[in-house]
Design a protein around this ligand. Structure first.
Ligand code: CP3
Length: 351
């Protein structure tokens, strides 16, 4: 029987699901489970100063990672950090402004790529790995520690566009007008992601998730080049070093291309976005990977019977195969913490 490189991990429900092994109950965690919907998060966040200072403070980052575990006893803790620590570590300044989200000095010319410093990524992100080591010691025995990174395409949209954009136009136009230099950026980010995830696993992460939030904006050819191919490279590089490492992909908005994504990247689990039909995913994706998802985060804001019925529908549809309960995207700040408690209770009460 395959066991993780980490002792004890074979007994964790979430790891078992990712390996396609039988579980005692459906494991659950929620994307963005640490965050502004929790009063205790807001308190620690204020103590830290800026958002990035929180990400780079191992003691406080450990604390906010643990907050949702204490409250709800999720099956997994996701390292508290952000996908934009990669551009920050490469030397492109990143700031998070209140009410505005991330702001970067955009990279608009190929020559600027030479200024990015791949060699110091791991050194600059050392506080993040220290957070992982601390969590490894402080997490309850049954809780899986998930490390993560943004996928190269999604991180590139922020580096080139300088902020969250509704259409990812800046990155797409670079890719269409100058595919050779855009590929250089994707290759650099692929290497940086491999280094960053490898360091997280060495520090104690037991599974990793690759967030491709903007995968759905790409036409098929570019999806294959900028989402599928780099993710496959990352999975292969990690597996060469950690043969049993569970890797979860989240190609948000990929639709039917999720089939080739799951097959060709050989990820262990696939995160389903809110729009993905559960029956379709069960029939087409569950034979290829453990499914993770996909309750609408706004249903957790609304709560009540609408939330409960949608959660039950997901549990019924995916219950026959490997499955991890989660949302279709991150939990939003206006979510009442009581609704999350009710959701966890419902999932726990279902075999
Ligand atoms: O519980 C967790 O999931 C904690 C770790 C985590 C954060 N961001 C913390 C965070 C993770 C896994 C992320 C991923 C992330 N970051 C993604 C991919 C997933 C997704 O949601 O699509 C993306 C695109 C980012 C980039 C990012 N970071 C944006 C666009 C924003 C601003 C929007 C917002 O929610 O404020 C952030 C900030 C951010 N990252 C916050 C948190 C808790 C809020 C910042 C604050 O406290 O002020």
């Amino acid at each position: 029987m395959p066991v993780s490189h980490e002792t004890g991990a074979k007994d964790k429900q979430l790891i078992r699901a990712l390996r396609g092994e039988p579980v005692d109950r459906t494991p659950i965690w929620l994307m963005r489970q640490a965050g502004r919907y929790l009063p205790e998060y807001k308190k620690t966040r204020a103590e830290a100063g800026s958002f990035l200072e929180l990400c780079y403070n191992p003691e406080l980052a450990e604390e906010v990672t643990l907050q949702p575990i204490r409250r709800y006893g999720f099956d997994a803790a996701i390292l508290f950090s952000d996908i934009l620590v990669i551009p920050d570590a490469l030397g492109q300044a990143v700031a998070f402004r209140e009410g505005e989200g991330p702001v970067l000095d955009p990279i608009t010319r190929a020559e600027q790529l030479d200024e990015l410093d791949l060699g110091s990524v791991v050194e600059r992100l050392e506080p993040v790995y220290e957070t992982v080591r601390r969590l490894k010691r402080s997490l309850p025995a049954g809780t899986t520690l998930i490390g993560f990174a943004g996928a190269p395409w999604t991180v590139a949209t922020y580096m080139v566009g300088g902020r969250t954009s509704p259409d990812q136009a800046a990155a797409k136009l670079w890719a269409y007008r100058a595919p050779e230099s855009f590929q250089k950026l994707i290759d650099l980010l692929t290497e940086a992601t491999i280094l960053h995830l490898t360091a997280q696993v060495e520090a104690g992460a037991e599974a990793v998730q690759i967030f491709d939030t903007w995968a759905g904006s790409l036409p098929e050819a570019q999806f294959r080049a900028y989402t599928l191919a780099p993710t496959r490279k990352i999975v292969h590089a990690l597996r060469a070093r950690f043969p049993n490492l569970p890797v979860i992909g989240f190609p948000r908005g990929s639709g039917a291309l999720a089939i080739d994504y799951a097959r060709e990247t050989e990820i262990s689990g696939i995160g389903l976005d809110t729009g993905m039909s559960p029956a379709w995913a069960r029939d087409n994706l569950q034979p290829l990977a453990c499914l993770q998802g996909n309750l609408d985060p706004l249903l957790v804001v609304a709560g009540g019977e609408m939330m409960r019925e949608a959660a039950r529908h997901i549990l019924r549809t995916f219950g026959g195969g490997p499955f991890i309960f989660n949302l279709g995207h991150g939990i939003v700040p206006q979510t009442p913490p009581d609704h999350v408690a009710e959701l966890v209770e419902l999932v726990r009460a279902t075999k």
